[in-house]
Design a protein around this ligand. Structure first.
Ligand code: DOR
Ligand code: ZN
Length: 479
């Protein structure tokens, strides 16, 4: 059999080992991996001398703004940024216009993404008060999972009450899909923000003051209780504080199907950076005091936090630099800089390259039902590959990034370690730091998602069971 492509001389990284090996690729999948002499004939040979070969990163948290905010980002610019960042699959959030809360809107977004994406993708469905009835149609329409905004953020999606959340979890639990949570409790933040605004306080630290760690502690704890009761699977987005690690770990210890992510900005930035990049650093949840960093790193390394994602949240310079912090759009781009920033940490000895693959690719693939097609370079896996040069020095420049949003706290950051080539299903989407002509190559990964069977609990107490029982009772009486 002739392969389409054989990559020689690279160091192939898995969560357990780094091995000198060649990789043969055919029809978008890994055909063989092993000694160069054992590789089949190939149409194309690629020399990866000096490079590490990683399964492409899976970023389960990006905002590509399409449809709705083309001046901030769209599927083409966002996935170009992903390609440059060694990211081969992204999951896009539903706070677009209109929000991804019905099957029709989801179908339209699938069409847009498929026509523009350079990398593979999954789409979140919105889980809120008004979308509970749409859950079956959203699942049938191919959502990768659900997003529930327990706290308000960009897009002002209303936060569901605890009652609505319980009902939503009851409905999602039997589908087996995972629910990602923006775990900040809205009414605490709303009250504090109102009081700060009334007192005329509008500096950037007021944003932090309105969202103390207790908002995350409360939200993670409450979500874990609802997940435990219903059997719904949950994922805690953007873990920002040391404090929320306790309810996360306790829930894991109780057997709740709960996973978590953190982002480079919580690992590498702190309140000490606020005056360096005022307003630009504003993000929800906020970047916190430096004391949070070491516990978050420790949790990532011990597996309490399962993965690295980015919360890639592009906005324009004008939207990021307004004087009144309450009017600043929160978030900044990250999908392109995550891998370089983390490779720099590998070089600094904070973690091994194997650890990095576990957090950026293997764990997301496993947790979201994509393993072993994604998150692995074993034969049969999709040939989603980031080839990285661990020795390459690079300065991150906002002006040079692919995202339409040219403003982030990373501008001027000197790093060592850079993705230099990215392949999605065997095709170069970025080669030698140049984007390939691959617009529209990206595909939705929902078709290959296999979540384990659900473990539904307390179904007899669910709203659905109660109302069905009551109406059956009524029918009996009438008869
Ligand atoms: O800072 C943020 N920006 N946090 C979020 O949760 C949403 C995001 C956005 O969409 O801009
Ligand atoms: Zn987000």
């Amino acid at each position: 059999m002739t392969a389409d492509l054989v990559i020689h001389n690279g160091k192939v990284v898995s969560p357990d080992t780094v091995i000198d090996a060649s990789i043969a690729i055919k029809d978008g999948r890994v055909l063989a991996i092993g000694a160069a002499a054992a590789m089949p004939q190939a149409i194309e040979i690629f020399d990866a001398k000096g490079l590490h070969i990683l399964p492409g990163a899976i970023d389960v948290h990006v905002h590509f703004r399409d449809p709705g905010y083309p001046h901030k980002e769209d599927w083409e610019s966002g996935t170009a940024a992903a390609a440059f960042g060694g990211v081969t699959t992204v999951f896009d959030m539903p706070n677009t216009i209109p929000p991804t809360g019905t099957a029709d809107i989801l179908a339209e977004k699938h069409k847009i993404a498929a026509s523009k994406a350079h990398v593979d993708f999954g789409l979140y469905g919105l889980l809120g008060d008004d979308t509970i009835e749409a859950v079956p149609a959203l699942v049938a329409g191919g959502v990768i999972g659900f997003k529930c905004y327990m706290g308000n953020t960009f897009g002002k999606i209303p936060s569901p009450s605890t009652g609505a959340m319980l009902e939503a979890f009851e409905v999602v639990a039997p589908t087996g899909k995972r629910i990602s949570l923006h775990a900040e409790t809205n009414d605490i933040m709303e009250r504090r923000q109102k009081r700060l605004m009334a007192a005329g306080i509008h500096d950037q630290f007021a944003h932090l003051a309105a969202r103390p760690p207790v908002v995350a502690v409360e939200a993670v704890s409450r979500a874990a209780i609802l997940a435990e009761w219903t059997g719904a699977r949950i994922h805690i987005l953007h873990i920002s504080s040391a404090d929320e690690l306790r309810p996360l770990r306790e829930a894991k210890a109780r057997g709740v199907d709960i996973t978590g992510e953190t982002c480079p900005h919580y690992l590498l930035l702190s309140t000490e950076d606020y005056d360096r990049v005022p307003g630009v650093i504003a993000v929800n949840p906020p970047v916190r005091e430096a004391r949070n960093q070491a516990p978050i790193w420790a949790a990532l390394l011990d597996g309490s936090i399962d993965m690295i994602a980015t919360d890639h949240a592009p906005h324009t310079p004008e939207e990021k630099t307004r004087n009144d912090i309450w009017t600043v759009d929160c978030g900044f781009p990250g999908v392109e800089t995550q891998m370089p920033l983390m490779l720099n940490e590998v070089n600094a000895g904070r973690m091994s390259i194997c650890d990095y693959v576990r957090m950026s690719s293997y764990n997301p693939a496993r947790i979201w039902g994509l393993f072993p097609r994604k998150g692995s370079l074993q034969p049969g896996a999709d040939a989603d590959i980031a080839m990285v040069d661990l020795g390459r020095d690079h300065v991150i420049r906002d002006a040079e990034i692919q995202s339409r949003s040219k403003i982030s706290p990373w501008d001027g950051c000197k790093i060592k370690g850079l993705p230099v080539h990215t392949l999605v299903r065997g095709r170069f989407v970025m080669k030698d730091r140049v984007l390939a002509n691959t617009k529209g190559w990206g595909r939705s990964v929902h078709t290959i998602q296999k979540m384990p069977s659900p473990d539904v609990r307390n179904a007899e107490h669910s709203m659905h069971a109660i109302t069905a029982q009551r109406s059956a009772g009524r029918r009996e009486k009438i008869a």
